[in-house]
Ligand binder design. Structure first.
Ligand SMILES: C[S@@+](CC[C@H](N)C(=O)[O-])C[C@H]1O[C@@H](n2cnc3c(N)ncnc32)[C@H](O)[C@@H]1O
Ligand code: SF4
Length: 458
C-alpha cells in the first residue's frame, strides 16, 4: 500500500475515541467518594511503595482558546498565593493520613501554569513536601512552563529545590496561528526560557507542540519544527489538537473554517514526525519523540515505558497521588479525583479534609483491559495469551474483541499472529493505535453517540 492509499484507509476509520491516559477513562469516574473512603485507600498503601505526586496549579494569566486543561484566568497573584497555601495544607493533611517516611520518587507540577508560582511559594511547597515525604535522591522533579510568564529568578528557585525536568508549552511558532488562539509567544521567549533552564543545568527539557491548530499548513509546521529543533530540547510531544467545544466553551472562539480538515491534520503530523526523525529524534508511542540517549527511549527499549495522565512517562511509581483542585490519583483500588470546583476544594481543606469527590474502583476485568490497552499504547503490540495468563483468565477472554480488528487485519494495518500477538503496522501506528486500543475498551460501546466525549483519533 503506498502512502496515499494508507492515508485514505486510515482516515476512513477515524472516529471519536479516548486518548487512554487511564483505563477506565475519566468520564467513568463517579461522584460519592469522600475523604473517609479515600483515607481507607491511602492507609492500605504498603509502607515501602514508591509514590508519584502530581500537584495541579489551575491558574493562567490569559486563556489560550485551544486549551483543554483545567484552569482559571487570573491576572492577579493573590489567588495563586492563597492556593499555594491550600496546597501546603493539603500536603500536611495527606501526610497525616499516610504517616511518615513515605518514599516519593516523582513530583510533577502541572496546570494551568505552575510557573506562575513565585519563588517563595514554590519553596514553601517543596519544603512541606520534603518534611512530609522522603524524596529520593534520584527523584524526578518536573514542572510545566509557559515561557510568557517565567522569570530567571523563579527558575533558579525551582532548581535550588531540585527541579530537574521542564516541559515547555511551545505549541507553534507561526504568528497567524498563535494570534488565532490568543497566545502570542515569539520564538525569542522560548529560546530565552531554554537558556534560563540550561543556566541552572536543567537539561531534561520537553517541548509541547500541537498539530491541527488554526491556519497551520505543512509549510508552517516545517518552520515550527525547524525552529524548535534549533533549540535542541531532549524530548518533543506532538499532540493532536483536541477540539471539544461542547466541553470547553472558549474553543468556540476558534472559527471552524480556520481549523485544518482531517486530511491536513494527517499531513501535519506526518511532516512533523518525519522532520523530527530526520533531526535525530526517535518516536515513542503515538506522539512523543526523544533523543536516542533520553530516558524515554531507554524505557521504550527495555519495556518499562508507562502511560499516565501526563502522557508517556518513565515514572514507574507504584501509586500516584494527586494534589490540588481537579487532580487525579491512581491507587491499588482505583482512581480518585479531587473536586475541580475551587470553593468546594477550598472548604474541604479549611475543614481539614482531603478534597476527594470522585472515584473509579478498578475491577479485575478493568485491570486486565488496562494492561492490554497500555501495552498497545506504549509498544503497539500485545500478546494476549501472556496477558491472560498473568491475570489468571482463559485465553478466549478476548474472542469478541478480536472480531473488531478484522477490517484492519484485512487491510494489512494490523497483524494477528498464530500466537495471538497483535501488532500494529509501523506506518499506521500514530493514527491507528488509539482506535485499536478502543477495541478493548469495554465501556466504549455503551456510550451514547449523540453526546460526544472525546476528540477524533486523527
Ligand atoms: C497544562 S498545558 C502546558 C503548560 C502551560 N500552561 C503552557 O501552556 O505553556 C499542557 C499541554 O497540553 C496541551 N494541550 C492543551 N490543550 C490541548 C488540547 N485541546 N488538545 C491537545 N493538547 C492540548 C498543550 O500542548 C499544552 O502545552
Ligand atoms: S495552554 Fe497552558 S497557558 Fe494556555 S490556557 Fe491552557 S494551561 Fe493556560
Amino acid at each position: 500500500m503506498n502512502n496515499c492509499q494508507l492515508k485514505d484507509r486510515i482516515l476512513r476509520y477515524d472516529r471519536m475515541v479516548p486518548r487512554y491516559t487511564s483505563y477506565p477513562t475519566a468520564p467513568h469516574f463517579r461522584p460519592g467518594f469522600d475523604h473517609k473512603a479515600y483515607a481507607d485507600w491511602l492507609t492500605a498503601i504498603p509502607q515501602e511503595s514508591r509514590l508519584s505526586l502530581y500537584l495541579h496549579v489551575p491558574f493562567c494569566p490569559k486563556m489560550c482558546w485551544y486549551c483543554g486543561c483545567h484552569t482559571k484566568i487570573t491576572r492577579r497573584y493573590a489567588p495563586v498565593e492563597d492556593y499555594a497555601h491550600l496546597l501546603i495544607r493539603e500536603i500536611e493533611i495527606l501526610g497525616g493520613v499516610l504517616g511518615s517516611s513515605r518514599k516519593a520518587t516523582n513530583i510533577h507540577f502541572g496546570g494551568g501554569s505552575p510557573g506562575m508560582l513565585r519563588a517563595r511559594d514554590f519553596s514553601l511547597i517543596m519544603e512541606t513536601l520534603a518534611k512530609t515525604f522522603t524524596i529520593t535522591s534520584d527523584a524526578e522533579i518536573a514542572l510545566e512552563i509557559d515561557p510568557r510568564e517565567i522569570t530567571e529568578n523563579r527558575i533558579k528557585a525551582y532548581a535550588d529545590h531540585g527541579l530537574n525536568r521542564a516541559s515547555i508549552g511551545v505549541q507553534d511558532f507561526n504568528d497567524e496561528t498563535l494570534k488565532a488562539v490568543n497566545r502570542e509567544q515569539p520564538f525569542e521567549l522560548t529560546q530565552k526560557t531554554v537558556e534560563m533552564l540550561r543556566n541552572q543545568d536543567i537539561e531534561g527539557i520537553n517541548f509541547d507542540l500541537l498539530y491541527g491548530l488554526p491556519y497551520q499548513t505543512v509549510k508552517t509546521m516545517e518552520e515550527t519544527i525547524e525552529k524548535s529543533v534549533s533549540l535542541s530540547p531532549s524530548r518533543f510531544a506532538l499532540f493532536g489538537y483536541a477540539h471539544v467545544p461542547w466541553m470547553k466553551k472558549h474553543m468556540r472562539l476558534i472559527p471552524d473554517q480556520s481549523l485544518p480538515q482531517k486530511e491536513i491534520r494527517y499531513d501535519l503530523f506526518e511532516k512533523g514526525s518525519n522532520l523530527l526523525q530526520e533531526a535525530g529524534y526517535l518516536p515513542v508511542g503515538i506522539d512523543h519523540f526523544a533523543r536516542p540517549d533520553d530516558e524515554l527511549i531507554k524505557a521504550y527499549k527495555n519495556k518499562t515505558l508507562r502511560r499516565n495522565f501526563q502522557g508517556y512517562t518513565t515514572d514507574n511509581a507504584d501509586v500516584m497521588l494527586g494534589l490540588g483542585a481537579s487532580s487525579i490519583g491512581k491507587l491499588t483500588g482505583g482512581y480518585v479525583q479531587n473536586s475541580p470546583d475551587m470553593p468546594v476544594y477550598t472548604q474541604a481543606i479549611l475543614d481539614g479534609h482531603l478534597p476527594t469527590v470522585k472515584s473509579c474502583a478498578i475491577t479485575a476485568e478493568d485491570r486486565l483491559r488496562a494492561d492490554v490497552i497500555e501495552q498497545i499504547m506504549c509498544f503497539f503490540e500485545v500478546n494476549l495469551p501472556e496477558i491472560c495468563k498473568k491475570h489468571g483468565v482463559p485465553t478466549e477472554t478476548f474472542t469478541a474483541d478480536l472480531d473488531k480488528l478484522t477490517p484492519w487485519i484485512e487491510d494489512g494495518l494490523v497483524t494477528l499472529s498464530d500466537e495471538q500477538t497483535i501488532t500494529i503496522a509501523e506506518n499506521a501506528r500514530p493514527t491507528l493505535t488509539r482506535l485499536v486500543s478502543a477495541a478493548f475498551d469495554a465501556y466504549l460501546p455503551a456510550q451514547d453517540p449523540a453526546t460526544p466525549r472525546h476528540a477524533r483519533a486523527i
